[in-house]
Ligand binder design. Structure first.
Ligand code: ADP
Ligand code: ZN
Ligand code: ZN
Length: 790
């Protein structure tokens, strides 16, 4: 914390006119001669420094990696999220620029031969690390860079990550091949074909795969060609593009009246130089996406760019597909499942201004687009828009900041807006746009609640009520599809001894272990700890140790027994771990290669499959009892979202929700699809309990492997806060242990502050963070607007 400020360095003469704001530099730091990496945030410090200045040692970049907007944004971000400024600067860069990378300088244009010999030793690339301490060479390179004659490539030190393919190069001249052709025996047809091909390709580098396709020749023939010296094999770095599926152009639809009203309002806003925020509240299947696409078109037509965030790309491949279908190559995609290389390539395309539309997950909010006209957050209520690690930013707030900077319009979309956003729309802070009807004119599917307490129990507990089973069977007969949701929020499954009540817990965390049938083991979902399934109770050695609760694998097994004819696709963290599996499974379901899609939360959002007419929720109540004031809101969202997957085309849909709490207001209102009633009820509860949106929250947390150390620190923080000038209506909850008191062998203690208007709070907490030094393993964190309290 003490070092969380800018430092002043002298620009040595050798670097005159080269250092620019937004470049990374290497500087000496502290008393020793430690060299660290830093960012240039200013080249004209307001207060000239007249102590002894150290020199910048070297430039890491030949051009800025962060633009002035990003530098300004990072200042604001550091302040409002209580983070180190430098971690905010890093948060805006793709990983490749953070990891240990080789920076290769490559020649692009014809650089004079003398220069090439001089600087590059006759090669076409050099490693920047080898020359960055040589001011003369760096000076030349910066000049060449400005003239566009060289470019920089970043390669992770772990070479395996850069995607290389084998390619071939003809190694002879046209006439040489002519001679060889005349010399080869007449019946050597393959060799002849190869020679003709090579003759046509002189001067080219062709990926081997492609060459094989084009010629129909076997790899052996190419190897022979290599042996005879007709061609050379080289390694070629393949351009990594995240989605290679061909782009189909979509059809333009005619907007309905509600959509038109929304689009008109947005069009007008995008063309002004204000930065309004719109909340588009549209029931599932009401055509929100079409509104997004039209608004993006407007931004592009007025020579601006558009940024669109989705909660989790792998969960919403359909959305990405639709944006790409409309805007084609003009779209860059940024999400966490990309490799570092792919991500960097996409980032570069954005930075160089080669694309006008960016679709991505949370951190894409930092995409270096210029002239932004529109920022969209789809499913704006999703928790994934809040980053849980430092810097703990909320993408929604960053969107508003950037919108102000660019005079851009913000569009938040959801069927179930966060209470915070809807409250703002109601007070006129945001402009409310609504799509109350489904595009297909169908009503929302009717929802039936099944009381699982009333189900007959012959031969043990079943995950399926009789009615759900009958409906599944019915769909199977008709050849229609069903979606089954297993709610996995909370920790509802565990191994327990029936004799002594012992529950098998993770040795590192205060939570129970979950059974994984496929690996025949018990796993901790927090730290990854894994152990064998116990046969005896470790406590009393009884054999009566049983698994309670259920997982997707167990449900699938049961379903296979109950409906042997049904083809089932299971989607959960285990079946989708491998890259591309999400898309693949969804595609299979879309092609009707399965009758039932069974999955966790990840199937609840955004899917648009016309053949789905039945949605079943196996356990609606899990998660309702979590010690978190947003538990009801999340359950309502989940039920509304998943219900919306049924009956999206011309056939009617139907939803069945199984529960042990049929009278709970969340389920009752979800059944009626009554967001407004839910909003009103929940707002009253929040007001009484003084929670958002009436109050803001911030969580202070201390953690240490030794419980007493963490407890002592949080106690000290609490004392300190009591003597601070907090606003009179600011409320301090705690200190208490966190509900899950221990994870990964660290103990956590927390204080939650609730406040309405506390202008000095930021200063107080920043100071507190300064005073509260992390020592040894002890950590102290401040999390504004926390999304989890567990
Ligand atoms: P939401 O995002 O609100 O759940 P979608 O945008 O997925 O809804 O729209 C549901 C379906 O309706 C999609 O298949 C979409 O292509 C289609 N659609 C949207 N707008 C129209 C329209 N004006 N006319 C016809 N079909 C439309
Ligand atoms: Zn026991
Ligand atoms: Zn654990």
């Amino acid at each position: 914390m003490q070092t969380n400020r800018p430092y002043t360095y002298r620009v040595p003469e050798s670097l005159t006119n080269q250092v620019m704001v937004g470049m990374r530099v290497i500087v000496p730091f502290g008393r020793g001669k430690r060299e660290v990496q830093g960012f240039v945030v200013d080249t004209n410090p307001e207060q000239p420094f007249d102590g002894d200045l150290k020199d910048i040692i070297a430039l890491m970049d030949l051009e800025p990696v962060l633009n002035p907007e990003m530098i300004a944004l990072s200042r604001w971000l550091a302040k409002t999220t209580y983070s180190f400024w430098i971690s905010c600067l890093y948060a805006m860069l793709p990983n490749l620029l953070k990891a240990k990378t080789h920076r290769l300088v490559r020649l692009t244009d014809d650089v004079a031969e003398a220069e090439q010999l001089n600087l590059f030793d006759g090669q076409d690339s050099l490693d920047l690390a080898d020359v960055q301490n040589d001011p003369d060479i760096m000076h030349e390179l910066v000049k060449l860079r400005r003239a566009g004659k060289i470019r920089i490539e970043y390669q992770v030190e772990d070479r395996a990550r850069a995607k290389m393919v084998v390619a071939i190069q003809p190694s002879l001249q046209f006439e040489d091949y002519e001679e060889l052709l005349a010399a080869v025996p007449k019946n050597a047809k393959a060799q002849k074909r190869l020679l003709v091909y090579l003759q046509q390709q002189t001067g080219q580098t062709i990926p081997l795969k492609l060459a094989q396709q084009q010629t129909g020749l076997s790899p052996a023939t190419f190897t022979l060609g290599e042996k005879r010296g007709w061609l050379k094999k080289v390694k070629l770095e393949q351009y990594r593009t995240p989605m290679t599926k061909s782009l189909e152009r979509d059809q333009q639809v005619t907007l309905n009246t509600d959509q038109q009203v929304a689009v008109d309002a947005l069009n007008q806003a995008i063309k002004t130089d204000q930065s309004p925020v719109f909340l588009l509240k549209g029931v599932t299947g009401s055509g929100k996406t079409e509104v997004y696409l039209r608004a993006i078109e407007t931004a592009l037509a007025s020579h601006q760019t558009a940024l669109m965030l989705v909660p989790e790309i792998s969960l919403t491949p359909q959305m990405v597909g639709r944006v790409r279908a409309r805007f084609g190559k003009n779209v860059a995609i940024l999400h966490s499942a990309l490799s570092n290389g792919e991500r960097y390539d996409e980032w570069r395309r954005i930075q160089m201004g080669l694309v006008d539309v960016v679709v991505g997950t949370r951190s894409a909010i930092f995409a270096p687009l210029k002239k932004i006209g529109l920022i969209i957050l789809d499913e704006e209520h999703e928790v994934s828009y809040k980053q849980e690690d430092a810097p703990r930013y909320q993408a929604r707030e960053v969107a508003k900041w950037r919108a102000k900077y660019h005079h851009a319009t913000v569009l938040l979309g959801s069927a179930t807006p966060s209470l915070e956003s809807y409250a703002r729309a109601k007070t006129g802070n945001y402009h409310l746009l609504t799509l109350p009807h489904r595009v297909n004119q169908q009503p929302l599917p009717p929802i039936q609640i099944v009381d699982m307490r009333q189900e007959p129990r012959q031969g043990g507990e079943s995950n399926f009520s009789q009615i759900l089973l009958a409906r599944l069977n019915d769909r199977l007969q008709k050849g229609e599809q069903s979606i089954l949701l297993l709610n996995r929020r909370g920790f509802s499954s565990f191994m327990m001894c029936r004799d002594c009540g012992f529950v098998l817990k993770c040795p590192n965390c205060d939570i129970s272990l979950t059974l994984h049938l496929s690996s025949h083991s018990m796993k901790c979902h927090y730290c990854g700890h894994e152990e064998a399934i116990p046969r005896f109770c470790p406590n009393c050695h009884s054999q009566e140790i049983r698994y309670y609760g259920t997982g997707t694998e167990k449900v699938q097994a049961e379903l296979n027994k109950l409906l042997p004819a049904a083809r089932i696709i299971r989607m959960d963290v285990d079946t989708t771990r491998r890259k591309g599996m999400h898309e693949k499974l969804l595609q299979q379901f879309g092609n009707h290669q399965a009758d039932i899609l069974l999955g966790t939360q990840m199937i609840a959002k955004g899917l648009d499959f016309p053949q789905v007419t039945l949605v079943g929720v196996l356990n609606a109540d899990t998660g309702l009892d979590l010690p978190d004031f947003r538990a009801s809101e999340r359950t309502f969202d989940l039920l509304s979202q998943v219900s919306g997957r049924a009956g999206r085309a011309d056939k009617n849909g139907e939803v069945i929700i199984q529960t042990y709490n049929p009278d709970n207001y969340v389920l009752q209102l979800a059944q009626k699809n009554d967001y407004d009633a839910f909003f009103a009820t929940e707002m009253r509860i929040r007001q009484q309990a003084q929670y958002p949106p009436y109050f803001y929250t911030v969580r202070l947390m201390a953690s240490d492997p030794q419980e007493v150390v963490a407890a002592k620190l949080i106690q000290a923080v609490s004392e300190r806060l009591k003597t601070s000038q907090l606003a009179t209506d600011t409320v301090m909850l705690g200190p208490t242990p966190r509900p899950i008191a221990r994870t990964q062998n660290r103990y956590y203690y927390q204080i939650v502050l609730k406040y309405r208007h506390d202008p000095t709070l930021i200063t107080t907490l920043t100071q507190l963070a300064h005073e509260t030094q992390a020592k040894g393993n002890l950590r102290f964190m401040i999390d504004p607007d926390p999304q989890y309290f567990m």
